[in-house]
Design a protein around this ligand. Structure first.
Ligand code: BGC
Length: 546
């Protein structure tokens, strides 16, 4: 079943990000699978998600949690079969849930047959599918991304006695996008999944597709040409499907990936994310306003995607050195929680399990411009396990209930792909879906209401934003407008109560109606509008001319 091509559905989406392996294990082998995920679709629907983004589920040696793909057109056997995937897709579509999958096109695993052929000899027909060189001298201006593990972007291949290029782990050789055969092969992969009915792709690591000596090898015009060509083919054969860019870059460079509305439909706003955490810690709105004011307008048919946390470290690539030091000092005192240029923690532990800050950050996630992404488990305040290596600490099994293996799997606990979080604060007996469903006041119940309110008006998903400039800098206030709909959002970024005077002269005569309780507030008059706010409190008011 293919969902009807509803125009710009991605703008109004609530995306839930998950890895099949972490979610639910149906065959008791300790690893989540598509059948298990299918059984949990009710949960996603109840939460209010309208799209699910799946992390890579393809055959892979799993040395980078599946971002090292060994076969693009199949399912890793631990997660089920292609038939299981199809059944899941149909079940998701029957509920109107869209499915976004990963297209890791910059590189493959070194176990991919393409690479095995390419390395087998210098005159193999697939030699030119990867980026080979006799020395490691070329492209010296390209930075190293995984600075904790890699010393160079070149690796020596003892088989064919040459160097190959890799922007990530050395077991992930980069494909050569100058080769038309590679470009075509990747399109055929996309076609394969599009024909099955997937609604969109997150294109992994797009800035790095093409290399040119003397440049940073990022965001090159040739890379944009390739994307434009994929988009043209997508629109031609699969209208209504969506491309989402993972380009961890400054706003102006990311904006280039929207092109003239002819490249990506969506792109993650990487620089905004750390600044939300920074603003809450500094108790000052400046970082958020500054970065959004530096963000150029995007074409009408495009949309930002915003997030608080994801499966990677909380990346600090898009902040200044001073800001990075500040973030490390405030959010990662324990040095073992730092990795590459970032912090490998989940949302709740980052902010010391403070429910008020969890709510405030989610309030901003749902009211700032863009489509929000919820990382699985953050809606119940799951913790992490910093003793697991790499970024695996934020990828532990979903905590469904207080029983055996948190309801994730019936396997022996030793067999699970990763241990369940079990400490007294974040452990599955304290933090799980089942117990939170029983309470109206749990984080989960609160998140459901928040999502409902967000979905009650397209002003959040499609509206413009204008910031107010109250003298109290601890308060971040903005008005979103879409057609005749207006919402005023006011966020107290501070740990103490605050009073704020808002200049709402433009809305004189309007009545603010607080959206979660539908409470009517005093009419806006001539004088500055006075609000008092508790620590980390936020309000959403619909401004009605009654
Ligand atoms: C993914 C990472 C992955 C890397 C290399 C990133 O963009 O989000 O999880 O390690 O690409 O594929």
């Amino acid at each position: 079943m293919i969902l009807p091509a509803q125009s710009e559905w991605y703008k109004d989406a609530i995306i839930y990000q998950l890895h099949v392996r972490t979610f639910s294990d149906s065959n008791s082998d300790g690893v989540g699978d598509f059948r298990g995920l299918q059984q949990k679709l009710d949960y996603l629907e109840e939460l209010g998600a309208t799209a699910v983004w799946l992390l890579p589920f393809y055959p892979s040696p799993l040395r980078d949690d599946g971002y090292d793909i060994a076969d693009y057109c199949a399912v890793h056997k631990s997660y089920g079969t292609l038939e299981d995937f199809k059944a899941f897709l149909t079940a998701a579509h029957e509920r109107g849930l869209r499915v976004i999958i990963e297209m890791v096109l910059n590189h493959t695993s070194d176990q991919h047959p393409w690479f095995q052929e390419s390395r087998s000899s210098r005159d193999n027909p697939k030699r030119n599918w990867y980026v080979w060189n006799d020395t490691d001298e070329l492209y010296r201006d390209a930075r190293i991304i995984f600075i904790d593990t890699e010393l160079s972007n070149w690796a020596w291949d003892p088989v064919s006695k040459a160097y190959y290029w890799h922007r990530f782990f050395s077991h992930q050789p980069d494909l050569n996008f100058d080769n038309p055969e590679v470009r075509e092969a990747i399109w055929q992969v996309m076609r394969f999944w599009l024909e099955l009915g997937v609604d969109g792709f997150r294109l992994d690591a797009v800035p790095y597709l093409v290399e040119r000596d003397g440049t940073s090898c990022e965001n090159l015009p040739e890379t944009h040409d390739i994307i434009r060509e994929y988009r043209r083919r997508l629109d031609e054969s699969f209208p209504g499907r969506m491309l989402l860019a993972e380009a961890n870059q400054w706003p102006a460079d990311v904006c280039a990936y929207f092109g003239h509305g002819d490249e990506f439909h969506m792109a993650f706003h990487f620089p905004l994310m750390p600044r939300m955490f920074m603003a809450v810690r500094l108790e000052d709105r400046k970082p958020i306003i500054e970065i959004l004011q530096r963000t150029p307008e995007i074409p009408q048919n495009c949309q930002w995607s915003i997030f608080l946390r994801n499966h990677d470290e909380l990346t600090l690539e898009m902040v200044t050195d001073v800001e990075r030091d500040y973030m490390y000092d405030e959010y990662a005192r324990d040095k073992s929680t730092r990795i590459n240029l970032g912090i490998r923690r989940r949302l709740a532990p980052l902010i010391d399990n403070d429910r008020r800050r969890i709510e405030l950050l989610n309030g901003m996630l749902m009211s700032l411009p863009g489509t929000p992404v919820i990382y699985y488990g953050d809606e119940i305040g799951m913790g992490d396990n910093i003793y697991l290596g790499d970024r695996n600490g934020v990828r532990t099994p979903m905590q469904w209930d207080g029983h055996w293996n948190a309801g994730f799997s019936e396997a022996d606990p030793e067999r699970l792909y990763a241990p369940i979080v079990s400490n007294p604060v974040y452990g599955y007996q304290a933090v799980n879906v089942d117990s939170q469903k029983r309470s109206e006041h749990s984080l989960l119940s609160w998140m459901k209401r928040l999502v409902q309110v967000r979905k009650s008006s397209q002003v959040f998903s499609r509206g413009t934003i204008s910031f107010l400039d109250p003298p109290n800098h601890r308060v971040l206030a903005y008005v979103r407008e879409y057609g005749n709909d207006r919402v005023l959002a006011v966020n107290n970024l501070s740990s103490t109560s605050q009073a704020v005077e808002l200049n709402l002269r433009k809305y004189k005569g309007f009545i603010p109606i607080e959206m979660s309780g539908k409470t009517i507030f005093p009419r806006v008059g001539e004088l500055p509008y006075l609000l008092t706010m508790g620590p980390y409190q936020f309000y959403w008011f619909r401004l009605r001319r009654i």
